[in-house]
Design a protein around this ligand. Sequence first.
Ligand code: ZN
Ligand code: ZN
Ligand code: FE
Length: 764
Amino acid sequence: MTDATSAKRLEINGIVQGVGFRPFIYQLANHHGLKGEVANTATGVSLVLEGPENGIRQFIDDLPARKPPLAHIVEVSAMPEPVKGFSAFSIVKSRGSATRATLISPDVMVCDDCLAEMRDPADRRFGYPFINCTNCGPRYTIIDDIPYDRPKTSMRHFTMCPLCQAEYDDPDNRRFHAQPNACPVCGPRVTLCDSHGHLIDTDDPIADTARRIKEGRIVAVKGLGGFHLAVDATNADAVTRLRRRKHREEKPFALMCADLDRIRAISRVSDAEEKLLVSIQRPIVLLEKREPNPIAEAVAPHNRYFGIMLPYTPLHHLLLDAGFTALVMTSANLSEEPIAIDNDEAFRRLGEIADDFLIHDREICLRSDDSIVRYSAGHMRPIRRSRGYVPVPVFLKDKMLPVLACGAELKNTVCLTRGRQAFVSQHIGDLENRATDDFFRLTVNHLKRILDIDPQIVACDLHPDYMSTRYARELDGIPRIEVQHHHAHIAACMAENKADGPVIGLSFDGTGLGTDGTIWGGEVLVADYHTFSRAAHLAPVPMPGSAAAIKEPWRMAVSHLRAAFGEDLGCLPLPLFRSVDKQQVDVMMAMMEKQINSPLTSSLGRLFDAVAAIIGLRGQVAFEGQAAMELEMISDDAESGSYDFSWEGNGDGPLCILNAPIIRGVVRDLAKGFSPAMISTRFHNTLVILFDQLCRHLHTATGIHRVALSGGVFQNNRLLAGLTAALEKSGFDLLTHRLVPTNDGGLSLGQAVVAAARANANQI
Ligand code: ZN
Ligand code: ZN
Ligand code: FE
């Protein structure tokens, strides 16, 4: 006989529990005529297959392509097994005490099957805003503890009705073991309230909400990972009122559109961007605006892009059924505070902002903001990695000690590691107020619990004043490793690319404390995971007024002009001096001269700020990076000119890249009457040529042919695309961010891998 029965045992690790994996295995085994059994284990799923060798092989081939949408297979190991003579294929009870080491799925969009049921008047879940199944719905934000079972989620307060229970128990049903399974009889409900929390009497709270939004009202809508503030994006008054009430002067608001056609009507969507929009994570995607468009100017002022997402919960679909061009759906918080999740908290914190509240009675265990991505230089680039992506780990090349990395100060995330997995948390935010500090601590404890990780090392930044550093320093009985900010950026980029060092690392951002006590940010490092040396950096200039120079780029303009032209600035015919008077300039000059509150910085972000201010684009900013962003926005594809540049130093120390020739070039072009767009483009071109040449110079000196790009400045599309093209043309092996943000949101990953490498070397 050619099809003699053989048997194999498969162990599958990854996100394979709570995502319909066992029913999928059951059906696939039957499809190939195989017998045996499948069970959940502590690390994933274990199964025994019996049948013809051929069928088993086909089964294994089919696994990755046909897996359920939420499943994420990390590893499949197969070993021979004695033939036992199973009579059928069956799903058997979980093995072992708990499923602690298994992976938890992120929250993902409602699936097409559920949507079809929700739209079907004959279905018992017709119009039900919490419809879900094993292929879709909430996960991460409703989990309180592990193992992932209903009693450990915020669904524990809802007892399934007999119909729901029957679905839950049936391996052939799409809702087999779907922990959030619910229906209008037994599940969560929505209610509409006024701003004081009083119930508004209505037959259809969602339709009523839509009507109120159409009238120009601001409605707080409780969603998956927190509250949104919703207004009609075409209503200029409503959008402006929201901005005023939210104290959010300029930062763009996110939009939600019912479908792709509506998105295409207001923005340009490439095929790659369309894939991102419709992906199960449903992130906010940055898309180039179409002009003219009916969206209120105040949604994204001075910005070439809209951030747009498609609806991802059933409730969003029902809300958008009312026929909006687009809704503003912005995280419901006061500027810089974490997104609100709790009903009472929402009334307290948002009562002054929202006119009405559409709430529900399913608790959110852990807040998670919408993720933001863009397509740039041939790949998806996360800007904020949160809902839909977290807690999928970044898979590392090598096993590591369990580390807790506390991240940076702004755009904070934390990272916990386990084996070859690094779990970067959802976006926590700027650790500048009590509410965000609390959210930070809560997230650390929550992640430790649901991932079952007991860290043996804590990693943090060098900066003593970061709240995250203070937290790490307060932890008792656990070795602490402090990691230089720009080294952490480069290590994060190496880690997500599973790359070994050494690399030439271009680490460009606004601010990070250097090992010499000055503020770094235009750093070229030679780095591996363990250590780094500073190969080159921008020439340091003073930041007159310290933090004030971040909020007021005109101060950086004065500083860079002083470095380029000396004491005699007043006679320069610059647009800058139209908005800044001589007296202000003199005060800055004196501060720098006497070295009062003027720390030195080598930051490239601050050089962008300075150029933006010199050409009259922006002297003050409402949020960090705004001037640099607007400088990029005005650049112009046709221009190919550039400015002179040079660097100094040949000895043992790092090379010093001079800013002055670039600043002089900018001023010369202004004097010639060239446009800001042209100057911006020339400035970008200069940086591309400069750093390409510098990398080639360092390659000659060190033999290193691998370059890693990291830091917030690489959110600049023109710089990223330009440098990527130039460095690849020069033959470098290039590493860029595709999994974690290039900004400080990715920093915790870098801190974790550096700390683990150092601990390994020192045998801590
Ligand atoms: Zn579904
Ligand atoms: Zn039910
Ligand atoms: Fe940074």
